[in-house]
Design a protein around this ligand. Structure first.
Ligand SMILES: NC(=O)c1ccc[n+]([C@@H]2O[C@H](COP(=O)([O-])OP(=O)(O)OC[C@H]3O[C@@H](n4cnc5c(N)ncnc54)[C@H](OP(=O)(O)O)[C@@H]3O)[C@@H](O)[C@H]2O)c1
Length: 207
């Protein structure tokens, strides 16, 4: 497949690129700073993910957009909302329909009291931006999948994770997962073509 990765210079994004290449896909990275890496099937493009025209110029021919854009810090931000606005417009122009994008379990209605508290206080700006991003994605006519992820850690790749419906409260809900496993889940979703037009919850699998 031809994968178009946003946020490739980030921690989840770089795992996506490495695993995508290892699975034999062609990977294009697109970001304001150049992804550092070299491989025959890797194309590195520098551009502004907030600008639809920049994106639309390089998107044609790709099968799926995988977005791991994000911001650090806890201040007000609209990176996710602005980024997805440009992405959706560019995908429509370029005729690319499949979008797999990371969101957060903090948006779930049935999370435990502590993450709910964190989402309403310290991380409220993130949650606001993630909600605005999800709204645009779910109202679009693309073949989208939103992955609501729990807290990330820098653990190793296991290839194991649990997927559940947005409304479902599973025994393992909220178990943190490594960015490597988030990347694995995104690639599995892209390859299998499943969870189309669905918001799904993902979490780590207890070993
Ligand atoms: N951390 C958690 O526990 C957690 C839990 C659930 C969901 N998430 C979500 O998962 C996603 C990925 O997280 P991560 O930790 O892998 O992210 P990260 O390492 O901070 O990477 C963020 C990426 O977004 C890009 N970016 C940030 N601001 C930008 C801007 N203004 N314009 C263009 N590009 C910009 C960065 O590019 P540069 O290299 O150019 O800065 C980088 O490639 C985020 O959306 C996050 O909210 C995180």
């Amino acid at each position: 497949m031809r994968l178009f990765v946003l946020g490739a210079t980030g921690r989840t994004g770089s795992a996506l690129v490495a695993q995508g290449l290892a699975r034999g896909h062609e990977v294009t990275t697109f970001g304001r700073s150049a992804f550092v890496g070299k491989a025959k099937s890797l194309r590195i493009v520098v551009g502004d993910p907030m600008h639809a025209n920049d994106l639309a110029a390089v998107l044609p021919g790709n099968d799926v957009v995988l977005s791991a854009l994000g911001t650090r810090g806890i201040g007000a931000t609209s990176v996710l909302a602005d980024g997805v606005h440009a992405t959706i417009e560019a995908m429509r122009c370029a005729g690319v329909r499949r979008l797999v994008i990371v969101s957060s379990s903090l948006l779930d209605s049935n999370i435990a009291w502590f993450p709910r508290f964190v989402g309403r206080t310290f991380l409220r700006h993130h949650v606001h931006d993630q909600r605005a991003m999800e709204k645009q994605v779910t109202e679009s006519d693309l073949d989208w999948t939103v992955l609501r992820a729990p807290r990330f850690n820098n653990g190793a790749f296991t290839g194991r994770y649990i997927v559940s419906a947005e409304s479902e409260q599973t025994e393992t809900s909220g178990v943190p997962m490594s960015r490597e496993d988030v990347a694995c889940m995104m690639l599995d979703t892209a390859e299998r073509g499943n969870h189309v037009k669905q918001i799904v919850r993902i979490c780590g699998a207890r070993l």
